[in-house]
Design a protein around this ligand. Structure first.
Ligand SMILES: [Zn+2]
Length: 331
């Protein structure tokens, strides 16, 4: 921890200087970088190496508090194109509604007094785990050294050791992601049988936790009902996912839910112009993709990029944000 503190202290000056030197001169042209987290891990997991541990998350938040201006997302969107946008502006978001936000990230956010927004998939509140986590769970807990899903058209996977298990998770997740909902459900059902009764832990937020997050100042946004790839649905089903999630969250919170994030979020692949129109019609104020980079006032308010630096050192992490904040986008 002392080493990280020293590094952040050293990196802080460099990052602030670079951020101000490279950013657009005019205050009205300043950009905003929106960070996109999912799960936070209590300790390192070789099968989940893309998710930060709470220790990593803590130095990242310490760095943001020291070197950047972290804004509530909804306020930050309103500042785009105005002189109110501060330099080195960042907003923090979490997708899907993992309980690790409540149990592990919230105490850190409070410690550094940082605002954040969570985009929740309402179908998973108080429910079992998401399909992708079921895949991880099964592959983590299976004693057998092979997973056979040929009858579901998904092939076989060798499971000797961590590298093969990690590869199996990545391949199976990518294949299942673009299946129609019923076919994906069949995969999840099979994995449940293979994992056995009671395998794994409850990973998603409860309704009480959602209310507690809201009371703690975390902004709640919508992320559909069942986390489908919207382009795989017909229009009526996509509309129900987009509007139904908003209605459900508003009923829980007793207040409007103005922000939406597209599941998986790749423009043109996971959602298209029809879904952007549906999000507008449902009454949202703004929506977010997972396209990489910072946003400016020139961006479509219903397709705002969010990204997460993958760098493992404080200096690399901070300079990546600075680089995104300095870049002109191509649209
Ligand atoms: Zn998601």
């Amino acid at each position: 921890m002392i080493k990280v503190k020293t590094t952040i202290s050293f990196a802080g000056g460099v990052i602030r200087y670079a951020g101000d030197a490279l950013a657009p001169g005019e205050a009205g042209r300043r950009r905003l970088c929106i960070l996109n987290y999912h799960r936070i891990l209590a300790q390192p997991d070789p099968l989940l190496d893309s998710e930060p541990t709470v220790e990593t998350f803590r130095w990242q938040m310490a760095l943001l508090a020291k070197c950047f201006n972290v804004l509530p997302l909804h306020d930050a969107i309103g500042m785009l194109g105005t002189r109110d946008m501060p330099p080195r502006a960042v907003a923090i978001t979490f997708d899907d509604g993992y309980r690790s936000l409540h149990d592990l990230a919230l105490p850190v956010l409070r410690e550094f007094k940082l605002p954040a927004t969570v985009f929740i998939t309402t179908g998973h509140i108080d429910q079992g785990n998401m399909w992708n986590d079921r895949i991880i769970e099964t592959v983590q807990t299976m004693a057998a050294d092979q997973l056979d899903l040929t009858d579901l058209g998904l092939g076989t996977y060798a499971l000797h050791g961590v590298a093969q298990r990690r590869a199996a998770i990545a391949t199976l997740t990518e294949r299942a992601k673009y299946l129609a909902p019923a076919a994906r459900q069949a995969v999840v059902g099979r994995l449940g049988v293979l994992a056995g009764q009671g395998a794994g832990s409850e990973l998603m937020l409860t309704r009480e936790m959602v209310l507690n997050l809201e009371r703690s100042g975390i902004e709640i946004g919508a992320h559909t009902v069942s986390h489908p790839i919207l382009t795989s649905l017909d229009d009526a089903a996509a509309r129900a996912e987009i509007a139904g999630c908003k209605a459900e969250l508003e009923a829980i919170l007793g207040k409007p839910v103005p922000l939406f994030a597209y599941p998986n979020g790749k423009p043109g692949k996971d959602y298209d112009a029809r879904h952007v129109a549906m999000v507008r019609e449902a009454g949202y104020d703004a929506a977010f993709s997972t396209e990489v980079g910072a946003i400016s006032c020139d961006h479509d308010r219903f397709q705002l990029p969010r990204s997460r630096p993958w760098d493992i050192t404080p200096l690399g992490f901070g300079l990546r944000l600075v680089q995104w904040l300095a870049q002109r986008h191509s649209r």
